[in-house]
Design a protein around this ligand. Structure first.
Ligand code: NDP
Length: 234
């Protein structure tokens, strides 16, 4: 059944791969962007998830074009890495605002339509470091761990209405976010990944579309690693 899907940060990287995977299976797909416009075939809505008014306007636009959002993928995210002692409060709160509070803003808005429909799927894109921690990423790891508690609370609140909330925790994926890492750091990371390579964005997308499918109707509150084995044991 074709669904109305919204992917935040779906204009590039992992979000774009997710949006394209839903579109390929015939869903009506909208993506947020912050000015780049939308890739071909996808409905683009301008939205910075740190701005509640822009979130409200984006949902109105998507609903007018595609109907209420039935599948929400909260994927938008940023990093701003530095060690704890050097991290300013602004650096901490800015990352949490985009990655965690932004997810809350879109989840709350999406829940309204899902509750009316008594059906919905929410998928939150977290990270392996949300559970393992990562030196230099106190802000980012905290925001990504926070998504787990949030998704599991939503799973408990809305489960009786056939709404699931799950988390996907990627390891290292070839996108702009990882391209900027120093070569030394990349080598170091790959040495710890049992599969010995980065993921392609499409490999994250496959798990997200599965979570939104009927096959995953009984999966909620789960944290699914897609990390080549990097986070095993957490
Ligand atoms: P990119 O840096 O390639 O893309 C980030 C996306 O998020 C862009 O679409 C960007 O929009 C959007 N975005 C950032 N801030 C905001 C905001 N305030 N409001 C709306 N959109 C915003 O990242 P990836 O594709 O690599 O990452 C996607 C998600 O996956 C992130 O949540 C990231 O933390 C997570 N992740 C990534 C991993 C990796 O190895 N790449 C590993 C684990 C998790 P714009 O184009 O306007 O900047």
């Amino acid at each position: 059944m074709a669904r109305s899907v919204l992917v935040t940060g779906g204009n590039r990287g992992i979000g774009l791969a997710i949006a394209q995977a839903f579109a390929a299976q015939g869903d009506r797909v909208a993506v947020t962007h912050r000015g780049s416009g939308a890739p071909d075939g996808l409905l683009g809505v301008k939205c910075d998830v740190t701005d509640a008014a822009q979130v409200a306007a984006a949902f109105q636009e998507v609903e007018a074009a595609h109907g209420p959002v039935e599948v929400l993928v909260s994927n938008a995210g940023i990093t701003d890495d530095t060690l704890l002692l050097r991290m300013s409060e602004e650096q901490f709160t800015r990352v949490v605002d985009a990655n965690l509070t932004g997810a809350y803003r879109v989840a709350q808005r999406a829940a309204k339509g899902m509750l009316r429909k008594r059906w919905g799927r929410m998928v939150f894109v977290s990270s392996v470091v949300g559970l393992s921690g990562s030196a230099g990423q106190v802000n980012y790891a905290a925001s990504k761990a926070g998504l787990v508690g949030m998704a599991r609370s939503i799973a408990r609140e809305l489960g009786s209405r056939h709404i699931t909330a799950n988390v996907v925790a990627p390891g290292f994926v070839s996108t702009d976010m990882t391209a900027s890492l120093p070569e030394e750091r990349k080598k170091e990371i790959l040495g710890q990944v049992p599969l010995g390579r980065y993921a392609e964005p499409a490999e994250i997308a496959g798990v997200v579309t599965w979570l939104a499918s009927d096959a995953a109707a009984y999966v909620t509150g789960a944290v699914i690693p897609v990390d080549g084995g990097l986070g095993m044991g957490h």
